[in-house]
Design a protein around this ligand. Structure first.
Ligand code: NAP
Length: 431
C-alpha cells in the first residue's frame, strides 16, 4: 500500500508482530489474479471512507499474511474482505464444497472474493492436524496470524463439539506449531452463561487458546448478529403480527453488523489493547428489547404495531414434545437441544453480565462500529435493496428441524411460538 493511502492511526510500531518483510509482496498463488493489486488499493480507500465514522483502532500497522479458517461463513467472509481491504495478504482455508448446503466449489469461493484484495483460497481440512501443518508449510510467505470463524453448520451436539471445539483447537495448535504471532477467535457473548452444548464447546476451545505461550490471542465475543433479528421482517411487512415472549421487554441485545464485527476482528491485529484479551462487543446504539425491535419495524414499514405475546410457559410444552420425539427417535436427539437453544434466546439477553449482580448490563457491553439496526433496516426496506438477501440464514435456520412442532401445534399460539423459535431464536445461536 502506498504511503499516501494510509490513514494516521494510533497503533504503535510494536502493535503487530515484528515483520521485516511485511513490505514485500506475497508471492501470489495461482488462484490470485493480476488485477488484485489495483483492487486492493481500491479496497483500502473503501476502508478509509468507512472508518471515518467507525471507532476502529486505526489503519496504520504492519501488513501481514493471515490465514482465515471459516472464511466462507457469514462473519468469516466479511472478515476476509476487511483484512484484505486493510492491505493484509489473506489465505482462506476452506473445504472443497462450502457455503450453505455445500453448494460452493473452491473456484466459486475464489470468484466471490475477486476484486476484494490479495486473497488466496486454498483447500484444507480443519479436522486433520497433519493437513493443517501441510497448509502452513505450503504458504509462499510465512503467516503471522490466524482468524478462526469456524462454527458447526448443522448445530447438532456432536457437530458443535467436532467443529466449535475440536476443529478450532486443531487450528489453534497448528498455528502454534507454525509459530504464528497471534490468533483471533470468533466466539459468542452467550458463553458467559453456558447452558448449551455448543457454548461448552466454545468455552473449552477458548480455554485452549488462552493458555500461556508466545502466541497472542484475542477472543471476540459478539452479542447478536443482524441476521438473527430479521426473521420477522418479511412477515411484518406483509401485515403479520410481531411475535415475542412475555411482554417483550425483559430480553435485550445490542446487535452488531457483520461489517462492524469484521472491522473489530481486524483491529485485533493492530490494536495492542486487544491482545491477550477476551473481548465482548456489541454494535452502536442502545440495547433493544424484542418489543423495541418490533416497534422499530412497524414504524419503518409504516404500520400500526400489532404484537402477539407468547407466554414463556409455552417452552415447557414445546420442550416436552421435543424431548419425547428425541426419546423415541435417537436420530432426532438434536431436536431437544434445539428446543433448549430456543428457550435460551427467548430468556437471556445478549449483553455482558455484571459479575457482581449476575444481571445483564447494557453499560458493561462495549459498543463498536457505525451501523445500528435502524440504519440497516431503513436501507434494507428500501425498494430494490438486496440487503435482506445477504442476511441468509444457515442450514439449521432453514431446516425443518422444528417442523414437527408445527404439525403437532393445534392452537395458534403454539404455531406462532414454533415459527418464532425457528425464525427468530434459533438463528441467534448460529446462523
Ligand atoms: N447468530 C448470532 O447472533 C451470533 C451472535 C454471537 C456469536 N455467534 C457465533 O458466531 C458463530 C457463527 O458465525 P457465522 O454465522 O459466521 O457461521 P456460519 O455462517 O455458519 O459459518 C461457519 C463456518 O464454519 C465452517 N465450517 C463448519 N463446519 C465445517 C467443517 N466440518 N469443516 C470445515 N469448515 C466448516 C463453514 O465452512 P463451509 O462454508 O465449508 O460450511 C463456515 O465457513 C457461532 O460460533 C455463533 O455461536 C452468533
Amino acid at each position: 500500500m502506498e504511503t499516501s493511502e494510509r490513514l494516521p492511526g494510533p497503533v504503535s510500531a510494536t502493535a503487530g508482530p515484528a515483520a521485516p518483510s511485511w513490505r514485500a509482496r506475497f508471492a501470489v498463488g495461482a488462484l490470485v489474479g493480476a488485477a488484485v493489486a489495483g483492487a486492493r488499493r481500491r479496497g483500502v480507500r473503501g476502508v478509509a471512507r468507512r472508518v471515518a465514522a467507525a471507532n476502529v483502532a486505526g489503519l496504520e500497522g504492519p501488513k501481514m499474511c493471515l490465514v482465515v479458517f471459516g472464511g466462507t461463513g457469514y462473519i468469516g467472509r466479511a472478515t476476509v474482505k476487511e483484512l484484505a481491504a486493510r492491505g493484509h495478504e489473506v489465505v482462506v482455508c476452506t473445504r472443497s464444497k462450502s457455503g450453505i448446503g455445500g453448494k460452493e466449489s473452491l473456484e466459486d469461493v475464489q470468484r466471490s472474493f475477486a476484486g476484494e484484495g490479495n486473497i488466496t483460497v486454498v483447500e484444507g481440512d480443519v479436522t486433520d492436524p497433519a493437513a493443517l501443518d501441510a497448509l502452513f508449510a505450503s504458504l509462499p510467505r510465512t503467516a503471522q496470524g490466524a482468524v478462526c470463524c469456524l462454527a458447526s453448520r448443522s448445530g447438532g451436539r456432536q457437530d458443535s463439539f467436532d467443529i466449535d471445539y475440536q476443529a478450532t483447537v486443531n487450528c489453534v495448535e497448528a498455528s502454534r506449531r507454525a509459530k504464528l504471532a497471534q490468533f483471533v477467535l470468533l466466539s459468542a457473548v452467550c458463553v458467559q452463561r453456558p447452558l448449551l452444548a455448543f457454548q461448552e464447546a466454545k468455552l473449552k476451545a477458548e480455554a485452549e487458546l488462552c493458555k500461556e505461550g508466545p502466541m497472542a490471542y484475542s477472543v471476540v465475543r459478539p452479542t447478536a448478529f443482524f441476521k438473527s433479528l430479521l426473521g420477522q421482517v418479511k412477515g411484518v411487512k406483509g401485515g403479520a403480527p410481531y411475535v415475542m415472549f412475555g411482554d417483550g421487554t425483559e430480553v435485550r441485545c445490542k446487535p452488531i453488523s457483520e461489517e462492524d464485527l469484521a472491522s473489530f476482528m481486524a483491529d485485533c491485529f493492530w490494536d495492542p489493547a486487544k491482545k491477550n484479551q477476551i473481548l465482548p462487543v456489541g454494535g452502536p446504539g442502545p440495547a433493544l428489547s424484542f418489543k423495541e425491535q418490533g416497534e422499530l419495524l412497524f414504524s419503518l414499514v409504516q404500520q400500526k404495531p400489532n404484537f402477539i405475546c407468547v407466554p414463556y410457559g409455552v417452552f415447557d410444552f414445546v420442550q416436552g414434545i421435543l424431548d419425547f420425539i428425541a426419546s423415541l427417535f435417537p436420530s432426532q436427539s438434536d431436536l431437544a437441544e434445539y428446543g433448549r437453544i430456543g428457550r435460551y434466546y427467548a430468556e437471556q439477553s445478549m449483553l455482558v453480565m455484571d459479575p457482581a449482580t449476575g444481571k445483564y448490563s447494557e453499560e458493561l457491553t462495549p459498543s463498536y462500529g457505525r451501523t445500528d439496526l435502524k440504519t440497516f433496516l431503513t436501507e434494507a426496506l428500501q425498494e430494490g435493496s438486496k440487503k435482506l438477501e445477504s442476511q441468509q440464514l444457515g442450514e439449521q435456520g432453514q431446516s425443518l428441524a422444528l417442523a414437527p412442532l408445527l404439525e403437532f401445534g393445534r392452537g395458534k399460539q403454539v404455531d406462532f411460538a414454533a415459527s418464532f423459535v425457528k425464525d427468530s431464536l434459533l438463528p441467534y445461536w448460529k446462523n
